[in-house]
Unconditional design. Structure first.
Length: 277
């Protein structure tokens, strides 16, 4: 299992992103702080120089584990459940570009805010139908680019659809996607799951990606989240993907990054008998 740090060119002050700034600046910092993976939150991959990014990742011996996509919903309201076919078309085109960016690393594309809300469609039923149609398109795209897609299970304050793991498992089993699985987040789970370890074991091999933060969205170890229970659940299902830090960057990016890695490695030593690979 690899622990990945989050980074972004355009993160707002309240966004749960650890490193902020140009890739030339933040990728060396990630490596110096002990990370081997990077989750980059990118508004639109057409806005970046992919070749330069790939080169910077190579220089810093980092793998691109995943791409966060929510900024496109915030900037342009692009989402896969919208009533407007043109909005859905723009969302799918944006996600395809992210797949191209992630392809050399066989990375994962996150569908979080870009799933949209019920209010983006005429009705909950219409929203669900639009999401399903879009996901089948994304599943075919992901096969084409040899990447994965993680559908994020978000809490009921931030999502109208599939806000607990049980419903996410049911949905995935009903549709049989080849490249789409569940993306789980410890903060969302802390709100809508009563037993975190059980929820993870219930999801099993459908878990494709994990966002990790303490219950207050600060760095792991800051709050009261039971990370032993979480990591034991992941061990029990044989999860070997990334743990990506989606945390506030306080008190300061690099302090947050270093404390997170030290704490998670400590727990991994207990549960796995070794730190990150």
């Amino acid at each position: 299992m690899i622990i990945a740090a989050t980074g972004s060119l355009q993160a707002g002050p309240n966004a749960p992103i650890v490193y902020r700034g140009s890739y030339e600046e933040i990728l060396p910092q990630m490596r110096e702080d002990g990370y081997r993976g990077a989750e980059l939150h990118i508004r639109d991959s057409r806005e970046i120089d992919r070749e330069k990014l790939w080169d910077d990742l190579k220089k810093n011996r980092l793998t691109l584990t995943s791409i966060g996509t929510g900024a496109a919903y915030g900037a342009w309201h692009w989402n896969i459940g919208d009533r407007d076919p043109e909005v859905r078309k723009n969302a799918l085109a944006c996600l395809r570009e992210h797949m191209i960016t992630a392809a050399p690393y066989h990375g994962l594309i996150i569908i979080g805010s870009m799933q949209g809300r019920f209010g983006d469609a005429e009705s909950p039923e219409a929203f669900a139908a639009n999401v399903e149609e879009s996901l089948y398109s994304l599943d075919r795209m992901a096969e084409e680019y040899d990447v994965q897609v993680g559908y994020e299970i978000m809490n009921h304050y931030e999502s109208d659809f599939l806000f607990n793991i049980r419903d996410g498992v049911r949905f995935m089993k009903e549709h049989g996607f080849k490249r789409i699985g569940l993306h789980i987040d410890t903060v969302h789970m802390n709100i809508d799951e009563s037993d975190l370890g059980h929820a993870i074991r219930q999801a099993g091999s459908l878990v494709r990606h994990v966002h990790i933060a303490d219950n207050d969205r600060y760095y792991p170890g800051h709050g009261h989240m039971n990370f032993r229970e979480i990591l034991q659940g992941l061990k029990d299902i044989g999860y070997d993907g990334a743990l990506a830090l989606e945390t506030f960057y306080l008190p300061e990016s690099r302090i947050c990054a270093r404390r997170s890695l030290a704490y998670l490695n400590f727990i991994m030593e207990e549960v796995y008998g070794g730190a990150q690979k």
